[in-house]
Design a protein around this ligand. Sequence first.
Ligand code: ATP
Length: 360
Amino acid sequence: MANVKISNLNKKYPNGFHAVKDVNLEIIDKEFMILVGPSGCGKTTTLRMIAGLEEITSGEMQIGDQIVNDVSPKDRNIAMVFQNYALYPHMTVYDNMAFGLKLKKTPKAEIDERITKAARILDIEVLLKRKPKQLSGGQRQRVALGRAIVRKPEVFLMDEPLSNLDAKLRVQMRAELIKLHNDLKTTFIYVTHDQTEAMTMGTRICVMNNGLVQQVADPRTIYNSPANLFVAGFIGAPQMNFFPGRIVDGKFVEVEDHTFKLSEKMMKAVKEKGKESAEVTVGIRPEDIKISNSQEGISAKVEVTELLGSDLNVYFKIGQRSYILKTEAASGIKLGDDIYTVFDSEKLHLFDLETEESLV
Ligand code: ATP
């Protein structure tokens, strides 16, 4: 079992900077947990504390049944894959993969067997005699993964391992990492600032900002029910639309010239929270705004269109405020068009103006 349990974890760097603030997170055995957030949010620091590469200021770190605060990295039964791969340039691929095992005095025959198996999984069998400089970025990435796999760790830690790859290879490696996780049936903890990587690979996602955990949930929940304004804005591309509104009578939300009826669920939630009359930030995802074929809906003017293969992003203005919607390219909408938009009121998100927490 390789549950990783992080309790009240804090990191203050010697200069006084509080990079990780009271983080509580339990990573369940065999899950693919993604730590995601903007640059500087503390995700790498958290991962390095799990690895034992960074001292914990306060709190507790448990791997399996063991509290590992004072256990050295080599005794934690983890393997870390870094962004820059950290391969030894003068060694062949085989020797790079064998290095950790030789240090542990693993018998030669077993080293051979483990490397052959890992090389087969990663499709790098023909590269074993090459040196890192004779490899492409994607191949180097596989070798770095191979070096981790042969150690048979209980937990894989990965820090932005795909960020040095070109866009096409990154997409391909995403799928391969999902497959690898399925094949190895081991716990993966993966750091990225890329919300697409988080959404596509994670069985669960931990969204961080300013050293604080914002939400921990499966990708669908994070997308459909973001806990607060930060998560709502960070996850999803194009970004959720936000605009000011006011809840009236616990039944409606007024936005500039328009009034939307709240869904039953929202009515119940705002009542429970005593927000039946309150200023809020309203959010709606671009795919939840439709273009009406008739002249029903809110009239709007198209400012910019962005063609993405079969999809079309339409930037438009209602009065002085800009919004974005996502539709099919076949709709043929173009710059300067006058359109009628329908906001799906069932799909609105409401956020408390002060706390920025979701009300629903
Ligand atoms: P990125 O995606 O840019 O790597 P991150 O979320 O992984 O960001 P961390 O590397 O964990 O962020 O850093 C968190 C914060 O701690 C940052 O503001 C960073 O500047 C600060 N920090 C990191 N290392 C140190 C250090 N040795 N001394 C002081 N502050 C540090």
